[in-house]
Every structure is written in structure tokens, then in C-alpha cells.
Design a binder for this molecule. Sequence first.
Ligand code: SF4
Length: 360
Amino acid sequence: MDFKTLLANWYAQNARILPWRETSDPYRIWVSEVILQQTRVAQGMAYYHRFIATFPSIKHLANAHEDQVLKVWQGLGYYTRARNMHAAAKYVQKELNGEFPKIYEEMLKLKGVGEYSAGAIASFAFKQPVPAIDGNVYRIIARVFGVFDSPYTAPGKAAFRKVVIELMNSSAPDEFNQALIDFGALQCVPRSPDCTICPFNGYCYAYSNNIIDALPTKAKKIKTRDRYFTYLLIRFGDYTFISKRNAKDIWMSLYEFPLIETEKPLAAEKLQENDEWKKLFTSSDPTITYISPTIKHLLSHQVIMAQFIVVIINKDTKDLTGRFSKVLTSSIDSYTIPTLIDNFLAAEPAVRYFLNPPKP
Ligand code: SF4
């Protein structure tokens, strides 16, 4: 039996039942694909339902305020993807009369839509015979056919694409692509797949040569950058201070507390000597009530070493009001904040020292 028949047989027995497979609405498929780029199906499901309930159509998404989109996205990370989706929805609404493109090449023109997403939407929604190659597909093709090209380089990607196009079942491209994705997620998993029950074990290159762990070829290790953040959670009666991150940096458009970023860890006893600290408190007399331990937060290319400092001021906020928004501390939850801050606020010390301090 050839590859596509074996795959189709396996899929007939093992296909996952997923809400975005029950629809041919390209908008819903697009949303699911973007969410699944950064999370597993089990975790992504709740986000998908929440997103679709809040923005049931591309028109709803296009008309939403960016803050609302980011709020619904909160916790998924990679906020650029949410911003790109929002921008693409506005483009479709304004330039394409609200009609999602039907052709793969046209989908690629949408902000944030790459070859994988366009392939998935075009094949699932419109049955266009184009591949949708994600990490699962690279793994299967590399192992079964002994493809040693790197999936992380343009020539390597092209080599994989050629193989998939040759294998593809053009009469059912949606099922072919979904089957490959499910096969990679359920059977040919990254570590220790159970090859004894695999329908391809009769001719799988990696299995017969005992090199499953060596394929696909690994990416070169990415150099990460260490950053040191000190967040100041300033209490002024029932209020605190936040600002929106605007710089072209991580967490763009998300809200955060006043931040002191330093080249090296900022020791608590050196805080008052820091220039930024001095600027923030020239006319008030801050009292530090809590200093968190250092929290390590990993991003794809950066390691953030963060500490949170709760500070009370009782008078004069003029150093702060020009640069920050003064908001009710109890309203923090309504702003989209990075997961690092969200996690901290969910922890017990923040409740005690900042969000709900004992009355004097
Ligand atoms: S035999 Fe093993 S390595 Fe090869 S495709 Fe099947 S599960 Fe993957």
C-alpha cells in the first residue's frame, strides 16, 4: 500500500474530533491555526471557544479595539500574532468587503499568515490541494523518507515541500493534511514513538536504521539574551500606576507597572541610588513594603529575571502622573498584562501586600 492510502486508513481509525474541523468557515479555521501555533490542542481549546464567543466573525474582530483582542489573547503569549490577526481582519473587512480570501496565494498577503496557515485554511476550508507543513509533518517526512535537510532553512523547507506535494492526495487535500498533523501528534511523536504499531514501520527509514532520535535534523541553538526587570507596584490609596508598552519590544501594547530595567540585577539596597527610582520619587517619600524573590521568566529568545517591589506613597504623585496612568488597583484585571505580571498578581504575596492590603 502506498503512503497516502496507509495514512488515510490510519486517519479513518484515529482522527481527532476538534471543533474547528466541524466547520468550513475560513475565519474559524484561521483562528484555530493561529492559537495552535503556540499551544497544544488541550490548552488551546478553551482559548478558541473564548475567542470565537467574543469575536464570532471576522467583522466582529475587525471592529474590536486592540485592547479587547489582547485581553482575550492574554496568557497565550506571542501577542504579535493577535495583533497581526486583528490587522488582517481589518484589512479583509475594509479592502476585501469582509470576504476571507479563497485562494492560497491571496491568503499569504494577509498579515501574519504564512505558508503553513495559508495551506491549512486553503485545504481545510476550500479543499485546495496545497500542503500544510508544520513540525509534525517535518518529523514524519524526515523519518519515513530519510530526509536529512534542515526544516529550519529555506532550501530545507523547499525539499520537504516537494516531497509532501508528490505524496499528496489531491482529491482530499483537507483530510490528507489533517491526517499528517494528527499522525505526528498521536503516533510519530517527537520522543519514543511506538513504532511497533505504526503502519509505516515496514519501510520507515528512521525505524529500519534505528535513528529515530536523529530525525528531523535539529535547529541550531538560539542565543538568548538576559534582561533584568524591576517592577514597582506603587500604592497610592486605592490607586496604582501603569503604562502601555509602546516600544518595538516584547509585549508591545500590553500594560505594565513602572519598570526599571538594568544591565545587571538591581539589589534592593541599591534601589534608592538608581536614577530612574530617583526620578519617580523626587517629591514623594516611598515606603517599600514588599520585595519579591527573583522570578525567572523564559521567552523564546530572552530570559527575564524579574523582581516586584511594592511601594506605598502617601502624597504628591506629580512625578508619576505625567508618564503613567493612575488607575484603581482593583481594576488591574481589566488590562492586558504580560503573563509574568499576571502570574505574580495571582500569587499570595501580591494579594497581601498590593492588591488587598490590610487596612491600617
Ligand atoms: S515507524 Fe516510528 S519513526 Fe517511523 S513513522 Fe512510524 S512512528 Fe514514526
